[in-house]
Ligand binder design. Sequence first.
Ligand SMILES: Cc1cc2nc3c(=O)[nH]c(=O)nc-3n(C[C@H](O)[C@H](O)[C@H](O)COP(=O)(O)OP(=O)(O)OC[C@H]3O[C@@H](n4cnc5c(N)ncnc54)[C@H](O)[C@@H]3O)c2cc1C
Length: 457
Amino acid sequence: MPTIIEKNIVVIGAGLTGLTTSFYLKKNNADFIVIEQNSKVGGVIQTEKHNGYLIETGPNTGIVGHPEVTELFEELGNNCEIDLPGKEVNKRFILKNSKWEPLPSGLWQGITTPLFTFGDKLRILGEPFRKRGTNPNETLAQLVLRRMGKSFLDYAIDPFIMGVYSGDPARLVTRHALPKLYSLEQTYGSFIGGAIKKGFKKKTPREMKATRKVFSVKGGLSELINALYTMAGKENFILSANNLSVQYVNGKYVSTFLNSDGTDIIVKSNKLITTTGAFALKNILSFIDKEKLSPITNLPYANVVEVVLGFDNYDGFKPEGFGGLIPFVENRDVLGVLFMSTLFQKRTPDNCTLFTMFIGGVRKSNLFERTEAELKNIVEAEFMQLMKPSVFNPNLFKLFWHKNAIPQYGIESEERFKTIEMLKKEYSGLIIGGNLKDGIGMADRIKQGKNLAINCY
Ligand SMILES: Cc1cc2nc3c(=O)[nH]c(=O)nc-3n(C[C@H](O)[C@H](O)[C@H](O)COP(=O)(O)OP(=O)(O)OC[C@H]3O[C@@H](n4cnc5c(N)ncnc54)[C@H](O)[C@@H]3O)c2cc1C
């Protein structure tokens, strides 16, 4: 006989989104349960310890981009301590002709940098006077070419997009992928003028909680996950839930799955909040016709391999900064390198150096299919050429495969959002969240997770 549970709200998925939702549901004394297929919570966020190194196997850092991030850390109190990097964080490098060039951070550097052509540097002076775009589906590449020029696309926006989306600026639609940039142009008519005007605009105390600061958590991002899990009440989670499938019967959601011991569990609820990736919904929302659901489930994702390298004796390019980003036109296999031991203290044994690199992404997806041995050879060759140490002798060398890692908000996004709204009207209490909308970064996930909990009544 299956075990039958009745709850007001079912949350599917215990990654950062589902955990944040659960944290706020618990604060509101909601009657809820979380169903997670993995044997541990956190989704792609996992911190591990190896050979005295503290490493992230998923995201490494976030940006405090929304007030909800600051508020969450305030509410977590002593249960989780934010880790802010030193001032080196503002120094970033871009690879040009196989050499790391600092990304300009001031006017003089902007004038003298070899990253951009002389013509585009002159062209940028005219940026505030260029007309606003009128195509709401303009891609990032089109937008940057129109306002700034090809060298800015190749050596500023493209590597940034490789670092954040592992994506292609020619496929990402600005309005969906970088909504803040889109609204800067639409509201103020210019990036430069808009940034200056915004800088002078008086902010409310809540707006001031949203900053561009980079964050992690003392002890690694899993500490954030553990704090949320504990404070949301571990008893409210069912882990290792296999073959989850939901039906909609007489206005109720009936979630059926196999428990870790092989027994059937049925959870009946009034509301259903999904926080999984779009690809998982095909099986979960089995009461919705697959064709009807396809504008959501067709969302493309980038596959990424994350590489963690630790050295006790590193003598290559000095990792003084956040890291280095690699434009696609440089034709390398690596998307970027993070200088983790420079950014955060106490993550390595004494005098050791820790790097995180990413391989694959939308434009080099074939690399994701390579074997571990092949990838290790690629990493060694790339690392020697990019960082130029005298020898390649890591005492930590780990690879982590992330299938369906980062959603790509392209031209089809509008249709996806319409479908989500349509289903919400058709099925009372169905709330589709997760990284298929509202942004891909950790800050976006925290903001959405909180809103899912607050707005589900
Ligand atoms: C390699 C990588 C690097 C990243 N780097 C950064 C970064 O540097 N900075 C940044 O801000 N963001 C980064 N991100 C993005 C950020 O990590 C994610 O946006 C965020 O962690 C996603 O959280 P989530 O809860 O929405 O999704 P997930 O973490 O994917 O969680 C979804 C959960 O749903 C569960 N689930 C799926 N299917 C089912 C099912 N059928 N039944 C039950 N449960 C199910 C999954 O097991 C999982 O636990 C990175 C992401 C990846 C993959």
